[in-house]
Design a protein around this ligand. Structure first.
Ligand code: EPU
Length: 328
């Protein structure tokens, strides 16, 4: 295990923005992970855990501490259960499940990032969330160096959140087990997938990948981290007042309130598609997404996000939150 210095982080994130890590290390197993934590403690370095870098905005000035890139790999199959190392690619795991004819992950095809990062924000798309199939995960508790197993209902999962997100830095996920089904059926609960009831797993995966290709920037051309903001969850009163003003605004009942479609509000109510600062802009085909041109700076994305938050606050009276982790 070698600690490297001054390693550019932009190529390790899907936004492809931001400066360098002062210190950087790749860890392949728990011993190396523990060693990296020891080093950070002895030198008093702040830690940034990095998986696929697909939900992260790094500052143009870089990161002054130690970046630990999790490269713990390996996938095991035990009947209909898949157990994967935190550093495995999420989508490679979904592809493997589909090839093994195991149901449950197919609607989550094409999401960038790693297996270890997926539970932190309880990734979700097209009517499925990680919490629907995650059976357990193992994590290192950085406060006492112990590894413990969390079963699904101990993970504090909610809409794009978990215990691990609420206590940043406390746990490092090492591996995760997914309880899949040999005889599943298509999950057609999301409006974009209503016609999939006769499709097989491979066809559903292909369909989800095709929808995503329409909605997200092509990573070969532009940077992005998917949805930049969370859909806001508001009180029934606020939702009712907005429904008066905007009868077509999509609203969904969820735990804790009413979830509003922010893409709709940015598009129809505020006409902000394509709004830009420098090389950052709200993506024309899905305004919840920020796309960054090759010339963009992290500061452009940050400034655009602030501007959008202000506009939503002033014109709609709602406070919106970033989904992406911002280190600016
Ligand atoms: N809409 C518009 N204009 C647009 C695009 C969308 O008005 O240009 C409206 C439409 O009414 C549409 C609605 O917004 O029906 C919802 O759009 P979409 O299906 O794209 O879903 P979303 O709520 O905007 C969420 C997730 C995505 C996930 C999709 C599909 C969040 C923050 N985002 O987006 O997740 O892929 O649902 O399930 O919850 C991510 O988290 O990074 C992510 C991409």
């Amino acid at each position: 295990m070698t600690i490297e210095k001054n390693i550019p982080l932009a190529p390790l994130t899907t936004f492809r923005l931001g400066g360098a890590a002062r210190y950087f290390v790749r860890v392949k197993n728990i011993d190396e992970l523990r060693e990296a934590f020891e080093i950070s403690k002895s030198r008093n370095l702040e830690i940034l855990l990095l998986g696929g870098g697909s939900n992260l905005l790094i500052d143009d000035a870089g990161f002054g501490g130690l970046v630990i890139k999790i490269e713990i790999t390996g996938v095991e199959q035990d009947g209909a259960r898949l157990i994967a190392g935190a550093g495995e690619s999420w989508d490679a795991l979904v592809k493997r499940a589909v090839e093994e004819n195991l149901w449950g992950l197919e609607n989550l095809s094409g999401i960038p990032g790693t297996v270890g990062a997926a539970p932190v924000q309880n990734i979700g798309a097209y009517g499925a969330e990680l919490k629907d199939t995650l059976e357990w995960l193992e994590a290192l508790d950085t406060t006492n160096g112990e590894v413990s197993r969390f079963i699904n209902n101990e993970c504090g999962f909610g809409y794009r959140t978990s215990l691990f997100k609420k206590n940043p830095g406390r746990h490092v996920i090492l591996r995760a087990a997914f309880n899949l089904k040999k005889d599943g059926k298509p999950n057609d609960s999301y409006k974009d997938l209503v016609d999939i009831s006769r499709l097989n797993l491979g066809e559903i995966r292909a369909k989800v990948l095709a929808i995503r290709a329409q909605k997200f920037p092509d990573l070969a051309q532009e940077g992005t981290a998917g949805s930049f903001f969370l859909n806001p969850v508001v009180t029934p009163q606020v939702a009712a007042a907005l429904a008066q003003r905007y009868p077509d605004l999509p609203q969904f009942e969820v735990e804790g309130g009413i979830k509003l479609s922010l893409a709709w509000l940015l598009d129809i109510a505020l006409n902000l598609k394509g709004a830009s600062i420098g090389g950052a802009r709200l993506f024309e085909r899905q305004p919840l997404v920020i796309a960054a041109s090759p010339e963009a700076r992290a500061g452009d994305v940050y400034a655009l996000a602030q501007k959008i938050k202000k506009e939503v606050r002033e014109k709609l009276g709602i406070e919106i939150e970033e989904e992406v982790r911002i280190l600016c």
